[in-house]
Design a protein around this ligand. Sequence first.
Ligand code: UD1
Length: 424
Amino acid sequence: MDKIRILGNHDLQLKGKVKISGAKNAVLPAIAASLLTREKIRLKNVPLVKDVFTILTLMKELGAEYHIKKNSLSVQIKKIRFEEASYELVRAMRASILVLGPLLARHGKAVVALPGGCAIGSRPIDLHIHGLEKLGALINLEHGYIQAEARRLHGKEIEFDKKTVGGTENLVMAASLAQGETILKNCSLEPEVANLCELLVKMGAKIDGIGQETIQIKGVEELGGATHEIIPDRIEAGTFLVAGALTRGNFTLSHMQPDHLDTVIEKLRYSGAKIERLNNHTLRVIGSPQIRPQDVTTSPYPGFPTDMQAQFIVLMTQAGGRSIITETIFDRRFSHINELLRLGASVEVFGDKAIVKGKTLLSGAETIAIDLRASASLVLAGLIASGETIINEVEHLDRGYEKIEEKLKSLGAPIQRIKDEEKG
Ligand code: UD1
């Protein structure tokens, strides 16, 4: 497996400009939505990250033909050939569960492996299953697989017990082809959910309440083709903003959507970073030599994203004082902390809280990451750690960041990828 090598130093300053890619978490449901029609779906601003290729492998097994040119993707499933998402694919990428709703709605049958435990906590899918059952699906869990059947789904009122991004997306897709009206309450407000709904509307779905907690869907008989732009990746942008704040950087981030990062920007400004809005799609970040400590609690959008928690902890290791970071979305999402300790950080975990004491001078070491955002946090730490940091198993990073080392290198970061074959 490839590694990343960073020759960091405490005085590194990133400078220049970086272009933000399309959102991984928006493109995955958009690709799954192509199961709802036999016509072609064309997606623009698609990030070429590993998770996209994983879901495309699954789509191909189900009967899709697809074509990628630069960051544009067309995908078409004239006929569903197979209705099973294997354990191998679901284990590689939990978001494979997003095919459950659309497959069932169009094809009347879906068999999807249960994701099981994953690196950031138990992550159940009960809300997806109960929602689909309420729409009339017969669901059995057998041999580690969800076996779902329904001749035609029927609209219902469903209130999620808890906010779930993937659950909302699965249910909106399924309800688009159900008979009658579905009202979904307590839906997730993440911009990626709204981006999916906008694609569905272009395909012919009748959806009201996009971007709100209550979404009404009037089911239609069939959906058609559409062309759709994927929104910018707010987590990639947030990761670069932290890189700027951490390195006393001075650079611009373009092709992004600043409004999707209000909470993160507010926290970064409070910590001392200057963040200027140059236009609706461009920000400049200027890091400060003095980083102020602060407490952060993750929560569903528009709150502070759990996907930015690991990166923010790295920033707080450089703040002058104590910060408490509380993780409320996922249990066991502190795997990065043991690795940060090896770089010299001072962090203690008590249940869902990480207590970070700054400022600590970090020193490079060999590390390993076990999930996507944990890997990103190690890259950030490596930039400001003195000497060499090696990040093993870069495939986690490749799941969700497009060309991260090239982008960081263009800002002046001393980072390189060591290809597996170059090792020995
Ligand atoms: C999505 C994102 C992920 C992000 C997460 C939270 C994608 C592909 N992934 O994941 O990057 O970290 O949102 O913002 O978009 N839950 C249940 N039962 C369910 C479903 C969820 O209890 O049926 C719980 C989860 O365990 C978790 C919380 O609800 O504690 C939120 O999970 P959810 O919003 O569903 O996350 P994902 O859609 O998996």
